[in-house]
Design a protein around this ligand. Structure first.
Ligand SMILES: Cc1cc2nc3c(=O)[nH]c(=O)nc-3n(C[C@H](O)[C@H](O)[C@H](O)COP(=O)(O)OP(=O)(O)OC[C@H]3O[C@@H](n4cnc5c(N)ncnc54)[C@H](O)[C@@H]3O)c2cc1C
Length: 310
């Protein structure tokens, strides 16, 4: 280890050494993090990131772990698991900490007669992870989480790059700041931590919203390998195409490398059938990319994020 994580007294006993990351991911794949800690509030999240920064320790924010593939050799640095999840509502505006699960947030908004989040009930992960990637439900219906954003409290480095005052500063930004696109936000290119999010929602009838969310969840369960170990869709849909359909067209469903297999229910899902290694998933992804490119000339881009050492 080439660094020392300097912690204030109260954090020392909460940081775990050599914590295996696989159990914290939907894929159940990944080696150990040198350091691992859980943040229970946005204040804690901010505090621990600033501590890692001032110790020059690489850090990574882990939300629900539903969109990442962690390398077999793990992560050299500090993984911060975000479990900050307080939420409240005031005159149609819902403010939540970024570690709240999307299903919990959707249930809360439905109960409070607020419409917009019911479609995200079955999207795994946290609010922070959803904003980071502009999570979608049915993109063709313009159902993106970014559309609901009013403002976000962010720990952000960009300003400090100019002022050199502090390594990170807390700023409040609006929806436009994020430059949301399909599976993309500005945070892919500029480091920042989502602390709190204010969403603007319309009013709706709780019973109808609940019925909609249940219906959509049922439809989803019928078309995706829910209950199996996966990371959701592996590749972004190229403009005008379905990535799953392109993979299916070349007969790759069921193709297996080690413990990693292309789902026979939805071809854009890779399943960990038991004991799969990150390296096997990567090999299978390469095989898909090459096959699709040679058959249809289309370049696939991964939808998932690779973390750590492979
Ligand atoms: C079965 C299944 C179905 C899925 N269906 C969909 C779907 O319909 N639509 C869709 O869009 N996605 C879908 N996904 C992918 C995934 O659920 C989303 O991308 C989700 O938003 C990821 O959130 P997370 O908290 O799990 O993020 P993680 O996987 O933990 O992290 C993903 C990235 O977000 C960053 N991040 C997380 N929190 C923060 C924060 N507070 N501040 C800054 N960066 C942060 C991480 O550092 C990492 O780079 C699916 C996944 C699965 C397993």
């Amino acid at each position: 280890m080439k660094y020392i994580l300097r912690l204030s007294k109260n954090w020392g006993e909460r940081v775990i050494r050599d914590e295996v990351l696989a159990p914290y991911t939907y894929f159940k794949i990944g080696g150990p993090a040198d350091y691992f800690v859980t943040a229970k509030s946005s204040k804690e999240l901010e505090e621990i990131v600033l501590m890692a920064e001032s110790s020059n320790v690489p850090w990574f924010i882990l939300g629900g772990g539903s969109n990442i593939l962690v390398g077999d050799l793990g992560f050299r640095g500090l993984v911060i698991k975000n479990e900050a999840e307080s939420v409240n509502v005031e005159t149609g505006e819902l403010t939540a900490e970024s570690g709240i699960k999307m299903s919990k947030l959707a249930a809360f908004s439905i109960k409070n007669g607020l419409a917009g989040l019911e479609v995200f009930m079955s999207v795994p992960g946290t609010l922070g992870g959803a904003i980071f990637n502009n999570s979608h439900f049915r993109p063709e219906k313009n159902e993106f989480i970014g559309n609901l954003v009013e403002s976000v409290e962010l720990l952000y480095k960009g300003l400090a790059l100019r002022s050199r005052a502090r390594p990170y500063q807390t700023i409040t930004v609006n929806k436009d700041w994020f430059k949301f696109k399909y599976d993309h936000s500005r945070l892919h290119d500029e480091p920042g931590v989502i602390l709190k999010v204010k969403l603007r929602l319309k009013s709706g009838d709780p019973e109808m919203l609940k019925a909609t969310s249940m219906k959509l969840m049922k439809e989803r369960n019928a078309s995706q390998p829910i209950g199996q170990l996966s990371c959701g869709c592996m590749f972004k849909n190229p403009a005008g195409f379905s990535a799953g359909q392109l993979i299916d067209n070349i007969g790759m469903k069921g193709k297996k490398i080690g413990g990693a297999m292309i789902s026979d229910k939805h071809a854009n899902f890779v399943i960990n059938t038991g004991g799969a290694k990150a390296k096997e998933v990567i090999k299978l992804m390469d095989l898909i990319k090459t096959a699709v490119k040679s058959k249809s000339g289309i370049d696939f881009k991964p939808e998932i994020f690779m973390v750590g050492e492979f």
